[in-house]
Design a protein around this ligand. Sequence first.
Ligand SMILES: Cc1cc2nc3c(=O)[nH]c(=O)nc-3n(C[C@H](O)[C@H](O)[C@H](O)COP(=O)(O)OP(=O)(O)OC[C@H]3O[C@@H](n4cnc5c(N)ncnc54)[C@H](O)[C@@H]3O)c2cc1C
Length: 410
Amino acid sequence: MSRSCDIIIAGGGMIGASLACALEGLGLDVVVVEAAPAPDSALPAAALDERTTALAPVTQRILQTLHLWPPLASEAEPIRHIHVSRRGGAGATRLDAARDNLPALGYVVSNRVLGEALSRRLSDCEGVEVLHQTRVCELAHLDAGVRVTLETDEGRRTLQGRLLVAADGAASKCRRLLGIGASRHDYGHSALVTNLALRQPHGGLAYERFTPDGPMALLPMTGGRAALVLTLPQPEVDHWLACSDEALVAEVDRRLGGRLGEIEAVGARQSWPLSLVRASRLTADHGVVVGNAAHTLHPVAGQGFNLGMRDVAVLAETIATTSALESGNWLDAYTRLRQADHQRLVSFSHGLVQLFGRHSPVPAPLLDAGLLGLDLCGPGKRGFARAAMGLGPGLPRLARGLPLHKGTMS
Ligand SMILES: Cc1cc2nc3c(=O)[nH]c(=O)nc-3n(C[C@H](O)[C@H](O)[C@H](O)COP(=O)(O)OP(=O)(O)OC[C@H]3O[C@@H](n4cnc5c(N)ncnc54)[C@H](O)[C@@H]3O)c2cc1C
């Protein structure tokens, strides 16, 4: 017999899982369908080999409101300063948390720690069921919702819901099943990601360094580590994936002009091909796309997860404030609330890649003057920092520290 629920969340990655936590307390029956097996909590911490995410302050606030921050706090490294520069250029922009009276410009946390916190919290969430090793593979529209076919090792079964949320990543099958198209721009670049153990303290300093080959970011981590994200054309990524630790260290040193001091060890290296994916719409009949399924960004500004968390906060609030699931009108309202933020972040991240890339329309001396000018212009710099931190008018309740409950008024 087909099980029925209120909301089906397809994809229990960092965004789908966060949405399920955000819906707790709204009196809804929520089922999260996740293709991957349940995480093995007995896995040892891989100190130098883990991927990280830079959390904007607004994301940190949302996590705090969802009671997810306490287990993360001691494992999250505050970003206290950001240094933005161009290799070979004279100009640089420096952002400083203390100067703007902020505790931090952001926080760097490992995806392992974030994933563990989410999965522990999910297991305590009232009204949320998580189905692991289960994929959504078919969809049928009903008068008052959808029926999805689930594929498991034991065979197929169906699940009915009043709303399907597609949180199943960049290659979202559910986006397609909902009839929502997507545009895709391949950057022809991949991100090489690894962590470095530093001898001298990093002081909470993050670097964003632009080179004609692609940007490089270095983020401070707990335990004197730093996360390196090097975006390069694929053949070069293949080269740096295969080279010795010594050669990689020498390259990082060269790119940062020796600013890091001695690098004692290099963690395992991984790479991700990079593309910009944008859903043509955010909603369909009884369906919404969120997170990477709605927008997959270049990681240059570290904003993909942060943007997805604002999807989560706005979607949960829209569902709480309206008798949302009863009518279709709220879907347009959700689109209106999210469009500008999506457009801004796509333009910001894609624009940075184009502006500082090999075929930049702006001559190098002008770019340097721009970075220097931004550094000297207090209001301009504050505006830039606020955009990167996700701050702005009209923040959703969860980002203002206000919990949601059934019938919440904003
Ligand atoms: C190198 C790199 C660095 C980054 N750094 C940052 C950063 O510093 N800050 C930041 O904000 N963002 C960053 N990002 C972006 C961030 O990682 C993503 O935006 C975020 O992880 C997206 O999460 P998601 O849950 O939407 O998608 P995903 O993580 O792709 O999760 C989708 C989930 O859906 C499941 N799934 C897929 N198909 C099905 C199906 N048919 N049925 C059921 N389940 C399914 C998958 O198993 C998966 O768990 C970075 C990205 C990269 C590549």
